[in-house]
Design a protein around this ligand. Structure first.
Ligand code: HXC
Length: 257
């Protein structure tokens, strides 16, 4: 891996992925995205891992797709490169994915943060879709996820002017879960990960899938999907353990089975 680092620095259930092209503000070139896709797939299949944190560095989460790599491409080149199949794979990650964002989260960087399930931001975080300033528009979900998160008016303003949201605005507009001082953003993401890692991984996966489904469907179908996943949790040992532990007034020990 040249452009990402994967470690387990906190506990065995939490994986940390760091985007690692600092000189280029973690611009998302094709190799980096391929490495990220492969890593997430591997972590998704690793029984020890329950939560994944994705981060950059203090200056930048990611300043977007690599403009230098795209500059001379034709529409047909872009079609044949088909970078979005990589993004589609990333979106299919089953385990809870937390973005820990400091500094720039722009263009594809903002879209990548929004592809995660939750965002913890530092006070220095800046979110934006500035593609319009370089003659293009968002292509990895910016017009869709941003609109769902912040509403039409703000999404239009951001996408049509390229204006950034400050961390405080991102919190006001419900784009992020929490804003903390810059020295705390990773710590805060880890605290969130630890809390989730104590829960049943089976229930967490089914719950994530159900919430994601709410964006794809109408209420009746979404409720039906939720109900099936609810029933499915009763096929897990974790359901027995969780309910038994409650009755016995002790802490549950989930195995992900
Ligand atoms: C390639 C980039 C880059 C990018 C920064 N760099 N962003 N290289 N692609 N997206 C490089 C710069 O060229 C520079 O390299 C180095 O990183 C440091 O950046 P500076 O511009 O010198 O830093 P600063 O003056 O602090 O400005 C920071 C910035 C600016 C405001 C974030 O870099 C910027 O506007 N970047 C582009 C943001 C953007 O338009 N993103 C959307 C991309 S399109 P050198 O070698 O000169 O030192 C997109 C489409 C997604 O994301 C579609 C789906 C994949």
């Amino acid at each position: 891996m040249d452009f990402i680092k994967v470690t387990n620095p906190y506990e065995k259930h939490i994986a940390l992925i760091e985007l690692n092209r600092p000189k280029e503000l973690n611009a998302l070139n094709l190799q980096l995205m391929g490495e990220l896709r492969d890593t997430l797939k591997e972590l998704d299949g690793d029984d020890d891992i329950r939560v994944i944190i994705l981060t950059g560095n203090e200056r930048a989460f990611a300043a977007g797709a690599d403009i230098k790599q795209m500059a001379d491409k034709s529409a047909v080149d872009m079609l044949m490169i088909d970078q979005f199949s990589t993004w589609d794979q990333i979106r299919k990650t089953k385990k809870p994915l937390i973005a820990a964002v400091s500094g720039f989260a722009l263009g594809g960087g903002c879209e990548l943060a929004m592809t995660c399930d939750m965002i913890i931001a530092s006070e220095t975080a800046r979110f934006g879709q500035p593609e319009i300033k370089i003659g293009v528009m968002p292509g990895a979900g910016g017009t869709q996820r941003l609109t769902r998160a912040v509403g039409k008016a703000k999404a239009m303003e951001m996408v049509l002017t390229g204006r950034f949201l400050s961390a405080g605005e991102a919190l006001d507009y419900k784009l992020v879960n929490k804003v903390v001082p810059v020295e705390m953003y990773l710590y805060e993401a880890v605290q969130l990960a630890r809390e989730i890692a104590l829960m049943s991984p089976v229930a967490a996966q089914l719950a994530k899938e159900s919430i994601d489904r709410s964006f794809e469907t109408h209420l009746d179908e979404g409720l039906h999907f939720e109900r099936k996943n609810f029933y499915l949790t009763f096929a897990s040992d974790d359901q027995t353990e969780g309910m038994q532990a409650f009755i016995e007034k002790r802490k549950p020990e989930y195995k992900g089975k």
